[in-house]
Design a protein around this ligand. Sequence first.
Ligand code: NAD
Length: 421
Amino acid sequence: MDQERNHHLNPHQMALKQVEIAAAHMDLDPGILAKIMATEKEITVHFPVKMDDGQVRIFTGYRVQHNDTRGPYKGGIRYHPEVDADEVRALAMWMTWKAAVVNIPFGGAKGGVQCYPKEMSAREMENMTRRFTWELHTFIGPERDIPAPDVYTNPKVMAWIMDTYSILKGHVVPGVVTGKPLELGGSLGRFEATGRGVFVTAAQAAALLDLPLAGARVVIQGAGNVGGVAAAQFAAAGARVVAISDSKGGLYNEKGLDVEQALACKNRYQCFLSEHVPAREVTNEELLTLPCDILVPCALGGVIHAGNADYIQARIIAEGANGPTTPQADAVLRGRGVFVVPDILANAGGVTVSYFEWVQNLQNLLWSEQEIAQRLEGIMRGAFAEVHRISRERGVDMRTAALILGIGRVAAAVRLRGIYP
Ligand code: NAD
């Protein structure tokens, strides 16, 4: 069935393939193209952590700094057993294009630690985070590289990073990470930002396709930070969230789920499947091909591939997750007329409000929630309109258009700075 998976384009090869596709529509200097396809710095660390049973375990962590031509490196840190160098390389490159698509003056980076966060105690997570921060501390900083939350990291993890980094510097440095708790210089609206941006861009796509949001059937994969907020936003707009999932599986009710109840159950009991939520259980694979109008992948990469793209019933895919769709699936979806709002546009709300947080930290200012929400919405709407204009003018899909915009901005910056010496 799944040839592409057997051939196994790893995430980094996927990211490079996307650049090749976009570059074919651009008139880029080959030297500049080679420069922006390469990662600038790759840090791999193997570090010891004392576990609760007194044993020392060695963890492997990565920080890949793809490109800082337009500003300091920026990107999340992921804790997951499948984290590897190729995944982090891809995620770092997507961060560079994403910041450029929304015209935020950041470069792109990403980090991760290979671990099973669900099997670790809070103390083990803290020890691992603090030691990883120590390993990275000469490479990160508010003017150098600014981490943020990603899969299975959260504001608490950011607080540990900020604290460890501040101790090493001898003074408090809130701007070293974003996505912090509000009490430590986090920004209002940061927790909601990515899911909010996914909703805003999906709503714009729906308007283009004359699909009324009220009553539209929405399927969401992943009910974490991004998926949970997006689900709540769709429900508040009158859409019917018919399915939602976590790593263990999903719930489906064609009449629509009570999103608040489903999320409350997850938050309270660390599980979804409650007798109080009338629904049938589905696997994460089944969930993607359920009848719906809008599909919102908000978990891991590579889930929409050559083996299932033909069976996706949604008219719109809004990519909350990074890299959920492989290049071969993209071609199938394009052929079938599915409107894809690509990750580097749809989930750019996160980096946008991270930028607001960083600016507030550097200036010791606090912006109001309303100011942040308005600025975020303006940027997301503007970026969507720009990407859609390129898509129409060049006759390309939205992903290629977003890449043309993002890569074009980075390439222009490289050209202006020149190649040293
Ligand atoms: P999170 O840890 O808060 O949530 C992840 C969710 O995915 C959880 O509900 C988890 O149960 C679920 N999940 C894990 N493995 C799964 C699987 N195999 N199948 C289905 N569900 C699974 O993480 P998050 O921050 O919400 O990130 C989700 C996605 O969004 C990632 O791809 C991330 O890179 C991307 N993203 C996050 C942000 C951000 O601001 N947090 C910004 C841009 C993009």
